[in-house]
Ligand binder design. Sequence first.
Ligand SMILES: N[C@@H](CCC[C@H](N)C(=O)O)C(=O)O
Length: 329
Amino acid sequence: MQIQLIKVHGSGNTFFLLDTSKLPQALSEAEIIQLTQKITDHQTGLLGGADGVLLVSDSKKAGASGRMRVINADGSEASMCGNGLRTVARYLTQKLHEDHFKVETMYQNLQVQKAADLASGVAAFRVEISPVSFAATDLKMHFGTKTQVINEVLPELSDTLKFTAVAVPNPHLISFVDEATLKGPELERIASYLNGANPYFPEGVNVSFVLLRGKDSIFVRTYERGVGFTNACGTAMSASSLLTALLYPDFAAFEDTLKVYNPGGMVKTIPHHRDQRYWIDLIGNATFQDRITLDLADALAGDYSQAQINPTHEQADYLKFVDTIQNIS
Ligand SMILES: N[C@@H](CCC[C@H](N)C(=O)O)C(=O)O
């Protein structure tokens, strides 16, 4: 069976997008996991691998125009992916000829829409990041009897860093740090521990360090559950923006737009707080790099020699955009 993939990225967070509604025969869950692990491998995978696979299909839920499933590079399934959702929004916009609709994700139908291009040739989309919860039960987090962790030292992890745990709805553990800590080894030490066998987050957690750069400007570095370090994590940048508005009101306000820099570029976010509900709008690039056709059996075997690969040439415009932003190296 031939499959068609699109290599996509949001802020350099890379995925293979597969529209499963086009397949003559459904993939089994075991095939999905094997396909993901094979093609995303950064050493032996397709086109240098990726951070995960985005499965797009029709939705059976009322009010949703399509469905997105997110498979991390290790084959685990995530409840949400902000950068991925922007690329799925672009794909469905072109497929359905709609520019404002909802996409079904694991826990919620989320609003997506086309946004103004970030720069010449850099298509952008705006997606809703929701629902938000600080509850330990939603985070599957266990620190003694704590029902939430908001801006506090967790001696189990570090004697000095303060952490906040928030689900959007995938789980995030976030610490605001100085530039030396942002670039230092602590993030990898803590995140790799929490994403191995451990009593605090037995199902793993996305861990981010955030640097306050100035008014409405932050930098976020993330070690993702099921992946490792990525260039950017959309839900982490959204959660970090929400926490900036909550914990550092001199740096961000609800309803204002923040610039969120990351190792792969920059996105914009708008944290919202209305009627006791939090949510975030995430606005950023949705870049299509390559269109690929290959045989499923070959892909499952890790053989890409017969793959037909058609580059889109969008990446050159994205890299020009990255050159214009004042990022941290
Ligand atoms: N990169 C994504 C998040 C992907 C899921 C994450 N690794 C998890 O397991 O929760 C994003 O852009 O949000």
